[in-house]
Design a protein around this ligand. Structure first.
Ligand code: CO
Length: 139
């Protein structure tokens, strides 16, 4: 069902200090940077071979990532698997009885389509599925 890991999401307090680690020390190339107002987040996608790290910094405390940081501090936030057909994958996951945060795919960064499963159905791992925009190898 899943083609490969698309990215791991990392919650950070501050994008610039996270970039000092991932871009400068780890020498990952920044592939994309986007502010997603409706999710209350600034996202930065860095390349690791064909896969990515997605840095997520909250735009305000009262946002999903802001609340995550207040509760757990910075660190691993989610894993995202790449799929070819997100609608078919969502139907399969629903048929398997998995609880979904997003019943329908929504627009993600770089024109991708994404959906999140609820961590209560995935042994505590917040899990995302990503169908990249046509012509893009990743999210
Ligand atoms: Co993600």
């Amino acid at each position: 069902m899943f083609n490969r890991i698309d990215h791991i999401g990392v919650a950070v307090e501050d994008v610039e200090s996270a970039l000092a680690l991932y871009r400068d020390a780890f020498q990952m190339e920044v592939a994309h940077r986007e502010i997603v107002e409706e999710q209350g987040v600034e996202a930065v996608l860095l390349d690791v071979g064909e896969n990515h790290v997605e840095l997520l910094a909250p735009l305000a405390a009262d946002t999903p990532v802001g609340k995550f940081l207040a509760k757990k501090g910075p660190g691993l936030h989610h894993v995202a698997y790449q799929v070819s057909d997100i609608d078919a994958t969502l139907a399969s996951l629903k048929a398997a009885g998995l609880p979904l945060i997003d019943e329908q795919a929504r627009v993600g960064i770089r024109g991708s389509r994404v959906a999140f499963m609820h961590p209560k159905g995935t042994d505590g791992v917040l899990t995302e599925i990503v169908e990249p925009a046509a012509g893009l190898a990743g999210h």
